[in-house]
Design a protein around this ligand. Structure first.
Ligand code: IPE
Ligand code: IPE
Ligand code: MG
Length: 250
């Protein structure tokens, strides 16, 4: 087990037996939420960003140790230049505004996704927040920005190929664990539950490898309306599910 994960396991948060240790959320529906109110899409993104705090802060009580949220996909660059610029500005603002509260709540923040295409200022803020919160032991919050599951696997394979070429890795020894250890999520356990808001029943390139045995919940609520109570209800449903991992129940 990687050292980082061992440390995280000692976290102050108690897990519910068989509960959802790692919940991943596809935060969808900001645009429609704004449009319903006759407002520009960015208004919805702002409301969506505000929702994050309540959900992160509810994790310790709900027994969630890892929360991973999808903020911007590798495909979201296809949106208008204005929307993309607005979202990037919002990410910078979100980090600046939330840093203190996140740190005070003992939240450890990580980012996944390809940072190279993000602007330098944003990259610096992301690095600083990771560094500042690296010893925190409550919720492990992972924010996916410029993240795509296929892109992540492709980048990992490129790194594996390089290490084989450089004699650091034996090609014959490459297995599932090797690939997992080259992904952006290398220190995280696999998600137990993936929630998508806004009624869409697809995963849109989120945590493809890691979600092999995740349970899914597709709910109609738009992300800016997703409350702690709704989160709690979804977790209760998850706890009632029978996970077999390919085996037959005794
Ligand atoms: C999710 O909300 C946030 C991002 C993808 C950045 P959307 O912007 O996709 O909202 P809808 O799906 O258009 O309503
Ligand atoms: C997925 O939502 C990405 C995020 C929530 C960040 P999208 O709105 O981009 O997904 P599609 O286009 O509906 O599949
Ligand atoms: Mg959407």
């Amino acid at each position: 087990m990687p050292e980082v994960l061992q440390n995280a396991e000692k976290s102050a948060v108690q897990s519910v037996p068989g509960g959802a240790d790692h919940v991943a959320i596809i935060m969808d529906g900001n645009g429609r939420w704004a449009t319903q109110q006759g407002k520009p899409r960015l208004f919805g993104h702002r409301a969506g960003a505000k929702r994050v705090r309540e959900i992160v802060e509810s994790c310790p009580d709900l027994g969630v140790k890892y929360l991973t949220i999808f903020a911007f996909s590798t495909e979201n660059w296809k949106r208008t230049q204005a929307e993309v610029a607005g979202l990037m500005m919002l990410f910078r603002r979100y980090i600046t505004k939330e840093t203190q509260a996140l740190n005070e709540k003992n939240v450890r923040v990580r980012f996944i996704g390809d940072r190279v295409r993000l602007d330098k200022k944003l990259q610096t803020l992301m690095d600083e927040l990771e560094e500042l919160t690296k010893d925190n032991t409550s919720v492990n919050l992972t924010i996916a920005i410029n993240y795509g599951g296929r892109d992540e696997v492709a980048r990992a394979i490129k790194d594996i190929a390089r290490d084989v070429r450089d004699g650091k890795l034996d090609a014959e020894g490459v297995n599932e664990g090797t690939l997992s250890s080259y992904l952006d999520t290398m220190v995280l356990p696999d998600p137990d539950l993936v929630i998508r808001t806004s009624g869409e029943a697809r995963i849109s390139n989120f945590l493809l490898w890691q979600s092999a045995y995740a349970e899914y919940e597709f709910i109609d609520t738009l992300w800016p309306d997703f409350t702690r109570d709704i989160f709690s209800e979804v977790l209760d449903r998850f706890n009632g599910r029978d996970r077999r991992f390919g085996a037959v129940k005794k």
